[in-house]
Design a binder for this molecule. Sequence first.
Ligand code: HEC
Ligand code: HEC
Length: 207
Amino acid sequence: MIIPERSRWFPVLILLLVGGLLGLSAPENRSNSQIEVIPQSATPLDGMQAFDQVMQVLTHKRCVNCHPAGDRPRQGEDSHYHNFGVQRGKGNHGVAALTCNTCHQAENNNYAGVPGAPDWSLAPRSMAWEGLSRVEIAQSILDPARNGGRTLAQTVSHLTEHELVLWAWDPGVDANGIPREKPPVSKVDFIKAVRAWAAAGAPIPAK
Ligand code: HEC
Ligand code: HEC
């Protein structure tokens, strides 16, 4: 009859099931799935892809608000002129009673909505990026006459290590408690892109 047939196959079925479970957790299966992931994330950027990612950050308002064309910093997502009539001042640190560090501390004040990082001040006029194209910004940061006399290696360190740059990924909240927008490329990807761009000889696309 049918019932004895079934019970004869039952132990075989259990063996198959247990075998299947062991197979799933076997180490060689796990490392297979890792191998698939690694080559994708390690694909190196070429010079132009890297340029694109670098420029997505440099043209963002978190950078440009402090690298404006005129003598007034800008604020917020709409880059309006800074409140209280704040001005550049002689050394880019503001004027008389309105120096930047009257209000801006070494870190964000998220109670009052005042952004902060060490030595908060306005980028010098020669480093103004507002209104420039990506190509023009790239030419500016590579030009020692405008970039503060930096070599390419020094510009790479500034872009990947300076606290005013890195602040853009920890921008705090505004005066209304609303988080400021971060640049569209993550900090890790930006740092990789800066290094890849420099390694490729810092190419700039033809206009
Ligand atoms: C709080 C104001 C402030 C913010 C925000 C800021 N910068 Fe600057 N930046 C400065 C100042 C001031 C200098 C001049 C520092 C110096 O020469 O030592 C400067 C200089 C630079 C330089 C070197 C000069 C040059 O033209 O190559 C680079 C590159 C730079 N900034 C990139 C950035 C990027 C990228 C961001 C956004 C992710 C940013 N900065 C955000 C104030 C700011
Ligand atoms: C009287 C206080 C005060 C002084 C002085 C001051 N700031 Fe500000 N600043 C603020 C406050 C408050 C905010 C935040 C406004 C907001 O986002 O709602 C701000 C925001 C900013 C932002 C906007 C950041 C962003 O991306 O949105 C920049 C850039 C800035 N300040 C630069 C400067 C510079 C450079 C100086 C000196 C030349 C300066 N500030 C002097 C109070 C001040």
